[in-house]
Write a new protein. Sequence first.
Length: 179
Amino acid sequence: MLAQSFAAALFQIDLTASAQRLSIRHYDVSDGLAHGLYQSIDVDENVEAPKSINVMLDSKPPAITATGPATIFNDVRVIHVTISGKITDNLSGVDPATANFAVQHEYGRVQPSGPLNVLADGSYSFNVALRTFVRLNDTDGRLYTIRVSAADNAGNRHTTETSVTVRRLRVPPCKANCI
């Protein structure tokens, strides 16, 4: 038997002159399929047969994975990196129209960003062009943070991130005041 209390419930009920009371039975529920019963009683104490409703409850955001190369050593101006992963939600399902990515580098700019194409199994993959320029005083390489975000069909949003560090293969030659 289920307990007869829960954290919160919202009902909007319009009572006309012929329907004065409404009986709603509620139960403790967690994420998943919730089954509710309801019935109404009019002013003459006529009681309708109980009716039921099934509602999918989902308070958890989708799970998102994102992977790419951790460090890249290269001297070309731009490299193309593949980021891939999976977006899943076991209750209401993923809303693929909400899936997107954004790239930010440690020098402060957000570039590029855009929508993701999420396949039926939740997998995605995209290529992003990253500049390999590293400032001379940046000894640990240029850090790019790639954020992947999506929501489920219940509106719960989640973001995850992965990082790619671009390092030089060679130190550029000194042009002035070198020791």
